[in-house]
Design a binder for this molecule. Sequence first.
Ligand SMILES: Nc1ncnc2c1ncn2[C@@H]1O[C@H](COP(=O)(O)OP(=O)(O)OP(=O)(O)O)[C@@H](O)[C@H]1O
Length: 594
Amino acid sequence: MDAYDIFKKLTQGTRIRREKQVNSREIEIPTSENDNAINESNNIPKESRLRSYNNTEITLLKGMATQSMKGQKRKLSDPNEIEKKKRMLEQEEINHYRNVNNISVVGRHIPNPARVFSDLNIDKDIQENLIKCGYSEPTPIQKQGVPVMLEGRQLLACAPTGSGKTAAFLVPIIQHLNGPQKQGFRALILCPTRELASQTQRECVKLSEGRGFKIHIISKIKKALTQYGSKSNKKYDILITTPNRLCFLLNQEPPAIDLSSIQWLVIDEADKLFEDGSRSFRDQLQQILKACDNSDRKIAMFSATHTPVVAKWCVHNMVGLVRVTVGHKNAAVDTVVQELLYVGNEHGKLLEFRNMVRQGLSTPALIFVQSKERAQQLFNELIYDGINVDAIHSDRTQTQRDNTVRSFREGKIWVLICTELMARGVDFKGVNLVINYDFPPSVISYVHRIGRAGRAGRQGRAVTFFTNEDAVNLRSIAHVVRSSGYEVPDYMLKLKKQPKSKVKKLAKQAPERDEITTVPLYYRIKGSKKTKFREISKRIKSKKPTTETSDKKSVSTRENNRPKTKKISKKITLKTKEGQKLKKSKKKPSSSHL
Ligand SMILES: Nc1ncnc2c1ncn2[C@@H]1O[C@H](COP(=O)(O)OP(=O)(O)OP(=O)(O)O)[C@@H](O)[C@H]1O
């Protein structure tokens, strides 16, 4: 619960009555310039806020009223009073600027937001690097987050997807570290995935150009085992990695990495890392913090979504914490046009997708499914549709994942099928379309998935398929869509609120769905005719999902799957006209119809 929530609770049922209009010179605000501990920036217009300080009587309960501040005016001729008033008006202006930029802050003695890069207390070369990256003006999170970190304050920042959070933490780190020093790692950035870590490394290299920092990501764990230990010559500056890899190195005897010089620890996608996993991140974080034993160590947490668990951890563990929030908490980016589409059943999803392709798909596009098995199934279905499609999921090797991401960035792949693995942080410039083929497991997942489009103020579109199985989260996601300013049918908003237990269960475990395939079950079962019919009737009776991959682990790579799919499609060509078409397009993939 933050200051705003507390204020709302305290003032529930309170009636605020305005007595009379006064002009602003009569106004006296009983706080000092920097006493902005509680939500400096709210949405009350400046004038009425000023008035309310001096001229309102707050009725708490019938017959009980606070004393009006009338008669407490001080003379304007007093130079101290004039100075005080000037400072208050300046503060009001700053608050107004924060309001305009949707910035809200909580904490004491918070530095002013920067309007332009030159307002920031950073060196010329960093400013030039920012300009070289094409950034002409700081984004709201950079306006407020950078000054906070530059003052060495610990920070919890929440800002929309694609709003430049990466540069918001990299710029102050680069400024602080100044240049390479042979002290070992001085900044550590934790990311939930390898893909995000390498993207952050690329951004860091660009923003620190000319400084000569040694910026590392742990790619080959075997090499890393001997690379960073106490015997190394400490020629490193910045480490960007996932917590698992780092803890693996810390768990060696003696530890294979030395973090005693860390000055800045940044946790990107903080709420993701705090989600309960097989090994809770909180345990890992304790281990990492123990290793970062420099007394000067500071922490900054960033994410597009807010969970109370992160806020609670920060309040308890970060001294002098400043909280910066841009926009509404857990809101979807409003530059993405959002649509919720009822498709009936699994087959309907495939029909709808092919329909979208026929109408002209706006690529590059990302398609999210709920599991790696389903990513592979959808890939097997679409590979012969003549779309440049590929799939990325955790069953693919790191090299395959890197190659796929590169091809997508280079425009060689137009449609990328992915799992939750790619939902966070990954910045593909110019993604036009996100399709939630499988309904997101939570509102937070929805916000991050659709946030892969519409980055840095660009336009994008997100289409979310849903079936009857997806009723649990439909209401809350419909509310997110409506809050971003897009139409949703009223019935969705009026759906019954689901019990928290159901919502939590769904966030942890995806619902069972029928296999994504148009190949009849008969051809998917191996064995004699008799075996096939026996198996089909068994499955119908037990109403089991008609999936082969649920019986055995799916084949993990595109290459491995090809022969299997070929075999199936050959069988179809003998039976159906549609199958013949498939065979033709397989020989000569054409993308002309897009
Ligand atoms: N000041 C700026 N002006 C213009 N573009 C910017 C600016 N800062 C960052 N960008 C660009 O905005 C895009 C999104 O930035 P970034 O990946 O840091 O977003 P993010 O807030 O971390 O998003 P997510 O929550 O999805 O991780 C990037 O392509 C980046 O180059």
